[in-house]
Design a protein around this ligand. Structure first.
Ligand code: COI
Length: 374
């Protein structure tokens, strides 16, 4: 092996061991394009790199940009699988539809992810909770300044080796409610993973961080009374009373992102016998629950964040510690259950894993992308 090859192998080993969150893009990216006359083309897999962009690019002027975040995991047998790629593809389609953008078929989305993962398979780390984070970004690329739907789109799929929880470990978060700004109202774009929603959260999030918090807990946009979600993650509340422990999470009614981690946890909680309901909760009830000890845990969840405890809540002029401020048992158990499925330590009984590469498996069919449903 040449010195150059050895040093690049050493470098990759180093990255795989301590990838952080989205610090090191992989060598390749996948690209899918759409043209109003010819429809969808691709995927192609290309070396990672910049591509020139016309300053009139529609998506840049009017925010016609939607994205996804999904992960590929290395299983115990060394194989690599995507987690719920079709569901992420469908969600990208719904986000695009809300902004009158071209809706990529979910199977094309999955095929692009699978081709990319197969190409950069050697970048996928295998440590506890580690993954290859994939970031598909669909952008309106027509060079046009008139406000109208684009006649061209480009979707790039980037991949990064990643540690769980944004590379920040499983340290509990401190969150604070927004007092002035709102994130979403019914009928708006709150459910869509459009770039503008994230841009609009930054002003409040930056001020929260300057005040010593990690994140903003958004309340509903009309009454500022009902708990919704964080800027990058959904939330769950854990309650305990004389009947036992139960979980609640705000319902998806157009103002919060339909998190796939959220959805997986609803299923996994059911599997382990934890009652869970999707219901509205007033911030006053949260405050009261923390004070009385009935609200024992709060946690946030998302693809990048996985499942992470919220240990401190700033709201209504108070700074409150939830439980003892550390991660509680329900949070830890649910994160463990999720990662066990994702990393192949427990059977994938819900069919969430889409095998891309690796050890021979008992397969039922192989599709044209090379991906296998086991
Ligand atoms: C994800 O969790 O994958 C997201 O898309 C949130 C992002 C802002 C990191």
């Amino acid at each position: 092996m040449s010195d150059e090859a050895r040093s690049s192998t050493d470098e990759l080993d180093r990255i795989r061991q301590e990838p952080g969150f989205c610090r090191y893009p992989t060598s390749h990216m996948a690209v899918v394009e759409w043209d109003a006359d010819t429809g969808w083309s691709g995927p192609t897999v290309e070396p990672y790199g910049a591509s020139p962009m016309d300053p009139r690019t529609l998506g840049l002027h009017y925010g016609l940009a939607v994205f996804e975040g999904l992960k590929a995991f290395r299983g115990q047998d060394g194989s690599v699988s995507l987690f719920r790629p079709d569901d992420h593809g469908h969600r990208l389609g719904r986000s695009a539809e809300r902004l009158a953008m071209a809706e990529m078929p979910a199977d094309l989305f999955t095929q692009a992810c699978a081709r990319l993962v197969a190409t950069v398979e050697h970048w996928v780390p295998g440590g506890y909770g580690q993954s290859l984070y994939i970031r598909p970004l669909l952008l309106a690329t027509e060079a046009e300044l008139g406000l109208r739907p684009s006649r061209n789109y480009r979707c790039v799929f980037l991949a990064y080796p990643a540690d769980p929880c944004f590379g920040a470990g499983f340290r509990p978060l401190a969150v604070t409610t927004a007092t002035e700004e709102v994130r979403a109202v019914r009928g708006g774009t709150g459910e869509s993973k459009c770039a503008g929603n994230y841009a609009a959260s930054l002003y409040t999030r930056t001020r929260a961080q300057a005040a010593g918090y990690d994140e903003v807990l958004w309340l509903d946009g009309l009454e500022r009374r009902w708990v919704e979600e964080l800027s990058t993650m959904n939330v769950f509340l854990v309650w305990r009373d004389e009947h036992g422990t139960r979980l609640t999470t705000p319902p998806c009614e157009g103002t919060i992102v339909r998190g796939l981690t959220r959805d997986s946890l609803l299923t996994l909680a059911g599997d382990i016998g934890l009652p869970v309901t999707e219901e509205h909760t007033e911030i006053d009830a949260v405050r009261e629950g923390i004070r009385s000890g009935r609200l024992t845990e709060m946690f946030a969840c998302g693809t990048a964040g996985v499942v992470i405890a919220v240990g401190r809540l700033g709201t209504g002029g108070e700074d409150m510690t939830i439980g003892d401020g550390d991660e509680g048992p329900v949070t830890g158990r649910l994160r463990g259950s999720l990662l066990d499925v994702q990393q192949g330590r427990t059977p994938d009984k819900h069919g969430w894993l889409f095998r891309v590469t690796g050890a021979a498996a008992t397969t039922t069919h192989t599709d044209e992308s090379g991906g296998r449903h086991t």
